[in-house]
Design a protein around this ligand. Sequence first.
Ligand code: TEU
Length: 566
Amino acid sequence: MQNPWWHRAVVYQIYPRSFADADGDGMGDLRGISAHLDHLACLGVDVIWLSPVYPSPQDDNGYDISDYQDIDPVFGDLAGFDELLAGVHARGMKLIMDLVVNHSSDEHPWFAESRSSKDNPKRDWYWWRPARDGMEPGAPGAEPTNWGAAFGGPAWEYDPATGEYYLHLFSRKQPDLNWENPEVREAVYTMMNWWLDRGVDGFRMDVINYISKDTTLPDGPVRPGIAYGDGSASYMNGPRIHEFLHEMHERVFAGRPQELLTVGEMPGVTIDEAKLFTDPARGEVDMVFQFDHVWVDRGADPWQLYPLRLTDLKAILGRWQAGLADNGWNSLYWNNHDQPRVVSRFGDDSPQYRVRSAQMLGAVLHLHRGTPYVYQGEELGMTNAPFATIADFRDIEALGQYVQAVDQEGRSPEDVLTVLRARGRDNARTPMQWDASPHAGFTTGTPWLAVNPNHTQVNAEAAVKDPDSVYHFYRKLIALRHEEPAVVYGDFTMLLPHDERLYAFTRTHGDTTLLVIGNFTGETVRAEIDDAAAWEAAELLLTNAAAPEDLVLQPWQAVIYRRISR
Ligand code: TEU
């Protein structure tokens, strides 16, 4: 277990609904993915993570699963899945599935049984509770706790059939599974083993640090201006979380001969917790997705935009690098299907600097220690979308939060829209831009979410032809990780922690040291670092503009130097 293969790997996330539509219904599908595997093989990624493709009412775009062991007809069928898996393996890549087991769909047969009566054997597979003491079931405010749900409204839904409430931390169509019940855990492990036996190479585990809850379910604190309490202290990294993940590891992963990958998505995970989750000796998960750096520009008021402070971003990522330096492992990401596009968020998506700032952001991320994740379209420098009104959004989170903020909390629709435009998840979900044709080569039909009009400029066909594109720069970053051990194993040292303009660090492995500097501004900036002269004379491995003189970086330039000491 000294140096697992995934230390050297780069993962590419596909959001199937928005990747490629082979049958013209306006939604991506498995055959569409199969047709584009060479795009990924040429990029050089090692692993594909597939967001959910299971049967689902699609309330939360597939994160509400009604059958864990099949494929939604919208995406294809199991035969098409096996074909895709074979195509991935034939190209020397691996494929990991999304595991969504904090909750199921309310249309899953388990939940149908559970809600059918109080004495159904599966009643206890979900979190059922009576109304608050002394209150009329179903009356306003009678919910068992004051918690709000992630997508607006209360976290409890009243079910008149049995007069009780069920817990849903996300939408009312995503009831939380009760992991206290050993039958639930058993059913999940059986399902996971079924997929591994089919040949998949691991799992990305959705909000997996929410599965253990404080069973007393206390009320949470209420922030000013917010309609509901925050229950997260009762379910983020709950009391039995390490026990459950270790049990899962034993029952599913331990002793399998394949090279597998597990990554736990963990909003609110701390460095100390992550050390435990990713300590190989504990047998829990290989790595976690932490959220600190994507919450860097959030503040006290959820409906206000806070600008990026580069010093904060560096402090956060620097702490994670240091925290997992000796044991455990980081995952590295700017983007996924829940985050706005990074070039619009931390870079400059204007025509002048879009390509260069996207490349700089890629260089800074990929040169950290950890396993980088590329989200579809990031390798093209895809940008946020020009949403005009709330009617342009499709995401249940955007729509639900809009209603709560405007109708219940009295926010101005314009303020809420301003934040949704900048931060909304649909920014990541506009269709993949393959070419300059009317729907960007994504579909011959009507796309479920409008294609970004900039696809006439920003698309894969153009990027692959242009040696200076974001695509080819990402290809070089990925190749560099595969070739240079210092990228994988080098010790990380942050430089210039107080500088608001430059992100600079070194990576040292044996006698090799890499220097990485990214200019996070539209101005030329000189890097004031120790032994600048020596670095100036060192080998420039990669940059996205002319080689600097005197370490003066052009707007949004990134440089990666290498020195070998003898
Ligand atoms: O997301 C978990 C999560 O915490 C989200 O609430 C996310 O942080 C937020 O939407 C950002 O604005 C996972 C999935 O990635 C997401 O797509 C699902 O909607 C969610 O779980 C429920 O399954």
